[in-house]
Design a protein around this ligand. Sequence first.
Ligand code: CAA
Length: 396
Amino acid sequence: MIDFTFSEEQELLRRSAREFFESELRPLSESIDREAKFPADIIRKMGQMGYMGVPVPERYGGAGLGKVGYCLLMEELGRVDASVTTILAAHCSLGSIPLLYFGSEEQKERYLVPAARGRTIHSFNLSEPEAGSDAASIRTTAVRDGSDFILNGTKLWATNGKEADVFIVFAVTDRKQGARGISAFIVERGYDGLRFGSEEDKMGIRGSSTLQIYYDGVRVPRENLLGEQGKGFSIAMTTLDVGRLSLAAGSLGASRRAIELALQHARNRVQFGRPIAEHQAIQFKLADMGMKTEALRYFLYNVASRADRMGNQPATWTENDRRSLTRHAAMLKVLASETASFCVDESLQIHGGTGFTRRTEIERMYRDARISEIYEGTNEIQRMVIGRNIARYGLE
Ligand code: CAA
């Protein structure tokens, strides 16, 4: 691992993102959660700011700020609103990275450019009722019919499902080949045969939509096959590697905010004749939260900068780079989500009874943080990926 410093441009992005999210988003966060309402206006403004395509190169309509820039944005967003963090991650990592990494020039022009400019919203459809952690066991089929494919099946947990214009969908093209018989497709909302279930009533990230999608004989033109036929599983896994990095950045932001809120409270709350921040019991909590969060930060940006050096063409990556990305992304997902859960829990404890009431931000953060240990691959799956990787190749 090598060290790095943020460039002028990256620092500028961080400052402008913080200013934007603090002034435009923070005042809305409480109502986004309470009303479980997709924040369409903010998403539109984020598009105008160029935030919906931060990691996408400029020639495809993005800001060209790479994974480091994207993680900076996600960290700032994670400090303010977990629903919007989820919406951005589903659009930008899961819905756009497959196009950037595996799309043809025509597909990038047609789908990636508008997504990066924030004119369209994307969703990623991998999970199914019978295929969650075991993603290779999906049952949705894609059968050739002339020059088209016909898709049949049910997808679950589709973030942005209600609002998306474009869906990156995984389906079986050759059952006998197992994971090598899965292919990826680009599906437009207007295609016939697409039906949408009702929204999940979730415990947290309530401003993001999550729903079931039914593909009933959806006809997809051959030019919307993404990457090579049979490479879909690998496309999904590579995409999830990048997605896990960005989720870690969101969790880092949430951890930092939980510490800020704990500090604000502990400096003001006086018990036994002095602010509780001066009591060792509280300082030990701050010490643990601070250690975990700082360590996470250094790890994350090192990995993100290595991912930037690897570039946007997976075919050119060395085997070692690919393995490291998979391992480190999984490690970061676990470390970051568990750090965020730890920090919001400790911060809530420092708030005492006040933190248990709906009037505090920490109460919302406590509910929001929980999903990070589950979505985009449970932490149990991440540990399996890390363990397999270390058992096979040892540490770097
Ligand atoms: N990058 C590229 N290719 C990869 C890869 C990676 N990280 N991991 C695996 N592959 C390839 C392998 O090389 C192998 O290819 P070959 O057959 O050509 O050698 C193939 O994929 C199968 O790999 P495995 O044998 O390792 O597959 P497995 O079935 O044993 O395990 C798994 C795979 C890691 C458990 C995987 O199923 C997994 O990540 N599960 C979790 C799924 C997940 O994260 N779901 C969340 C979906 S997104 C979501 O939550 C919705 C949302 O909108 C937020």
